[in-house]
Design a protein. Sequence first.
Length: 150
Amino acid sequence: MIPFYGVRYDSLEATQAQMKFYETLEREGTGQWWKIVSRQSQEALGAIGYNHYQAQHRKAEVGYWLLPRFWKQGIITEAMPALLRYMLREKGIHRIEALVEEGNTASNRLLERVGFRYEGTLRDCELKDGHYISLRSYSLLSTDPAGSEF
């Protein structure tokens, strides 16, 4: 099992459910995800995108994942500015949220590096594999100094 992943592609049914999730986001206008590919080989490395878009409140939640063999190579750090620029400039989103499973220090550091602010921890807020997990809440506002850079 891969730590900190909210999605799994360990069966055809699980993969189909995740693909349906992505299709529903686009159809309903509540999010959009993109595949991250290697510039050299065009091999799929992971995905990045947003969901829970609420036009009325001009906010959405950002997310990303990579296959483990591509961790710690700066891939999300490179892809994140393009996503944030799209969300802030093209979509006119004011508040971008990110929820990170407690213990995922790599994601915490990444978000803080690109200007997200830690807001607090949602304790035991989700069940995963039969155990409660806590989620660290981050946000980036279009009016934040980092938000205006994108």
